[in-house]
Write a protein that binds this ligand. Structure first.
Ligand code: NAP
Length: 539
């Protein structure tokens, strides 16, 4: 590695899919670039989240880069929904194939990033005290990467082994013969519970909010299907990019209540049998009309009732929030797992956790003695990874302070007062988490690469979102979210899982194609909404 106190054209924080592609593209511009990664390897989410059953719920033929035809053709996925080890292998394959690792400094956590108005440079500091400067700062820190450990009384006092799904030991964990507790029933828990239950002596699932989940129907990828898709891979991805979330599926315009109950059931059944997140596209108004949504809720509650044998357990597993307003899960045997004799559902709505003690978890009615305790308690989403770094922009203003009343961005990619700082597909106001993440990443990276090329051609050195454009964008983000049911539910989308976090629906739900067109429009108007200035001094 080069010496510390080095200067670069760009510094990238994070070496997940966003950081890798940003590194590739910025090197292609002829820039000097250094990426910093806390982990010892590439892959981001797929490096950290190694819990049993971790798997992507976007189908593997769509969850990959598109920037290289050769890459797209040569890589073969083995399953319909790829599991974490395979996705991590893919990330490593990409990093090796494009020789990216030599510009990544691993095992290095960035603790601060300060902008100097005099030099127009960002200075980043590592946990080890090294300092580096760069003209551009690319935050490829992920949308779901800042681990959330809830402040449950006595959390540190448990004497057994403690795990968090998003920081799973690389060597794996053997739960054989163990009494295991898991707190949380979101996507990570839904994937891991069936597998942990098969191994543990007994699994206690501590559930605060029940979850809607539909079966994934995962299976080996059919080689013929793979070849069919690869024979027109660009066409396949281009077609999907026109869909609302850039994820394949049918999105019906039919209004839920315009058809009779038998027809609704037929439609829901067909989608249940197929297994895709686009189950939510069954009707055009499912996520905007509560009465319509109620039919979807009831459908899944009926399914839970059919699957789970003990009526009391089935009842406790039934959610009552609007389906889809917390991330819909897709699973392999989740509800079925509660039929196992070695699995106990602890309904925290009836008996909340009082405290964690040396022996296990104490709820309002009893002590659950445990050998291991798993936190499947999610993330401080979207803003968490950024706010955990001391980021200071113009006049030393902290990003945390600028966003104290809620995050504000322009297009989710930049924020006023923080020149030359870009966020990749994870920023509030970007469609990232509601879309297929890898294409969203490529779109953002392509957008900022074009900005940088534009600036280089014109000898410009500073770009900043204007307050006015930012306000207009934030207003638009809120306007498109308002008619949906999303803001009505306590979810990480609105920051409700983190005490004290401003309640704002963070992602952009206006649709991926609309967003892409907006970015193209901004670019065609010389980056309207950004203030560009300065002379291009040598870094
Ligand atoms: P999550 O969806 O935020 O779920 C966290 C769970 O922990 C919730 O059930 C939550 O209950 C519970 N919890 C939090 N604090 C608690 C407390 N103090 N006491 C009791 N329960 C508590 O987190 P996640 O499952 O890690 O998933 C986060 C996101 O990552 C997903 O929505 C998805 O976008 C992504 N993800 C995707 C995949 C995939 O591709 N298949 C897999 C995993 C994750 P409440 O609901 O009551 O707050």
């Amino acid at each position: 590695m080069p010496n510390s106190d080095a200067s670069f054209d760009s510094i990238i924080v994070g070496a997940g899919f966003a950081g890798l592609y940003a590194l590739h593209r910025l090197r292609g511009l002829g820039q000097s670039v250094r990426a910093f990664e806390t982990g010892s390897g590439v892959g981001g989410t797929w490096y950290w989240n190694r819990y049993p059953g971790a798997r992507c719920d976007v189908e593997s033929m769509q969850y990959s880069y598109q920037f290289s035809d050769e890459l797209a053709q040569e890589w073969s996925w083995t399953e319909r929904y790829a599991a974490q080890p395979e996705i991590l292998r893919y990330a490593n394959h990409v990093a090796d194939r494009f020789d990216l690792k030599k510009d990544i400094q691993f095992n290095t956590k960035i603790t601060s990033a300060h902008y100097d108005e005099t030099t127009g440079l960002w200075t980043v500091t590592t946990e080890g005290g090294e300092r580096f400067t760069a003209r551009y700062l690319i935050m490829a820190t992920g949308c779901l990467s800042a681990t959330n450990f809830p402040a449950i009384k006595g959390r540190e006092s448990f004497a057994g082994a403690t795990y968090h799904t998003s920081r799973w030991p690389h060597e794996g964990v053997n739960f054989t013969g163990k009494r295991v507790g898991i707190i949380g029933t979101g996507s990570s828990a839904v994937q891991s519970i069936p597998l942990i239950a098969r191994e543990a002596k007994h699994l206690f699932v501590f559930q605060r909010t029940p979850t809607y989940s539909i079966p994934a129907h995962n299976k080996p990828l059919d080689p013929e299907e793979e070849q069919r898709i690869k024979s027109d891979y660009r066409g396949f991805r281009a077609r999907i990019a026109q869909l609302a979330f850039d994820v394949d599926g049918e999105f019906s315009d039919t209004l839920t209540l315009s058809v009779n109950e038998a027809e609704r059931r037929r439609v829901y059944d067909a989608r249940w049998s197929y297994g895709r997140l686009s189950w939510l596209g069954a009707f055009g108004d499912l996520i905007t009309d509560f009465k319509a949504n109620e039919t979807g809720q009831q459908y899944i509650r009926n399914k839970i009732n059919e699957i789970v044998k003990d009526p009391q357990v089935a009842e406790a597993l039934m959610p009552n929030h609007a389906v889809g307003t917390k991330r819909l899960c897709i699973d392999t045997g989740y509800y079925e797992t509660f039929n196992r004799p070695n699995v106990t559902l602890v309904d925290l709505r009836r008996t909340p956790i009082d405290e964690i003690v040396t022996e296990g978890v104490r709820t309002s009615d009893r002590l659950y003695e445990l050998d291991a305790l798993i936190f499947a308690t999610g993330f401080d989403a979207m803003t968490g990874a950024l706010n955990r770094i001391d980021i200071r922009g113009v006049k030393g203003r902290a990003l945390k302070d600028a966003w104290a009343a809620g995050p504000k961005t322009y297009l989710g990619v930049a924020t006023a007062g923080f020149p030359n700082l870009f966020m990749i597909a994870a920023g509030p106001g970007s469609p990232g988490v509601l879309s297929n993440m890898i294409p969203s990443i490529e779109q953002h990276v392509n957008f900022i690469t074009q900005i940088m090329a534009h600036m280089a051609e014109r000898q410009l050195s500073r770009i900043e979102a204007t307050e006015e454009a930012q306000e207009t964008w934030v207003q638009h983000v809120n306007e498109v979210a308002a008619p949906t049911l999303f803001p009505s539910t306590n979810s990480w989308y609105v920051g409700a899982n983190i005490p004290g976090k401003p309640r704002i629906f963070m992602p952009y739900i206006g649709g991926y194609p609309v967003y892409v067109e907006k970015c193209k429009d901004v670019a065609s108007k010389n980056y309207e909404g950004f203030a560009l200035s300065g002379s291009n001094r040598q870094v």
